[in-house]
Design a protein around this ligand. Structure first.
Ligand SMILES: [Zn+2]
Length: 298
């Protein structure tokens, strides 16, 4: 009896229990999609909060600890995180997390970007020369991102590949069903003209057929100036823009001034998943955005 028990016990000790993959994402949009695919088989945390501007994140020591313990770092790419992620990856000193290695996934690989700047230099502001990195506000491109994440999770943990594939297909089905509803809700407003703050919602506007005719930022990453607002007042009046859509973490004042002087309505919406209490997951965030847009267009 005792030998049998010792044998069983030794089996427990010798059989390695596969630990959950530890995933760190740069943004909460990525965290939410990764969570939907990895479910209980991974642990995932995001470096930047949804209330934060991901272009400018301070590379804190606590982030370095999280990155150095990770099996996989998932980032957006197209230089969105170029001011801080390379520092964290270098600081973590983990060969498996270096660019090109299995522990480093840049999801912009999965999509074709818009807004590519033919001639750009940093003196013109944070211009995103490789294309617009804010594609997580596009339900269609998010499906390609989810597919890429599922593939990488399966490569790193083949024992749960079946689960990841199943979660992916559920996520896709849910997103496609919701997307149809979102499109239906905003269909009457196709072709309306809008003003943005930064180029955060260009993919979203394109998805719903809105035409973006100007930005509160005179150049990407450069704060609005009085002179620029004066020009925008003319643009909004002449082109009959309907909405001024501002990311809720930016100063609302320039948008308020523009709304006061024109017929356009100001809408403040969370720029990323986690941007407010109603936007904890990707689907909830999109739901919330669509509701806010529709409310202000009615
Ligand atoms: Zn940007």
């Amino acid at each position: 009896m005792l030998t049998k028990l010792t044998f069983i016990l030794s089996l427990f000790i010798l059989t390695p229990v596969f630990a959950n993959l530890r995933v760190v994402t740069t943004t909460e949009d990525l965290r939410s999609v990764t969570e939907a695919i990895g479910s209980e088989f991974i642990t995932v945390s995001s470096i930047s909060r949804g209330t934060q501007d991901p272009h400018f994140v301070e590379a804190k020591p606590s982030y370095l600890v999280a990155v150095s313990r990770a099996d996989l770092i998932i980032s957006i790419g197209l230089e969105l995180e170029s001011g801080w992620l390379p520092l964290l990856i270098r600081g973590a000193r983990q060969p498996k997390l270096m660019p090109g290695e299995p522990g480093c996934l840049t999801v912009s690989e999965a999509i074709t970007p818009i807004d590519i700047q033919a001639q750009a230099n940093r003196s013109q502001g944070d211009v995103h020369p490789l294309g617009n990195p804010h594609f997580m506000a596009d339900p269609e491109r998010v499906i390609s991102v989810a597919e890429l994440i599922s593939k990488r999770l399966s490569e790193l943990d083949p024992s749960h590949a079946k689960n990841f594939a199943e979660n992916l297909s559920n996520f896709k089905a849910m997103l496609q069903a919701r997307s149809a509803k979102w499109k239906q809700k905003l269909a009457p407003y196709k072709g309306i003209k809008v003003i943005g703050y930064h180029m955060t919602f260009n993919y979203l506007f394109k998805y719903f057929g809105f035409e973006v005719i100007g930005f509160l930022e005179p150049k990407p990453g450069i704060q609005p100036t009085a002179q620029h607002i004066l020009k925008l007042i003319e643009t909004v009046k002449n082109q009959k823009a309907k909405l001024i859509v501002v990311e809720s973490f930016f100063d609302p004042k320039p948008g308020e001034t523009l709304a006061e002087k024109t017929q356009a309505k100001l809408v403040l919406i969370p720029a990323y998943v986690g941007g407010d209490d109603k936007s904890k997951t990707f689907i909830d965030w999109m739901d919330h955005i669509v509701n806010e847009l529709e409310k202000n267009l009615k």
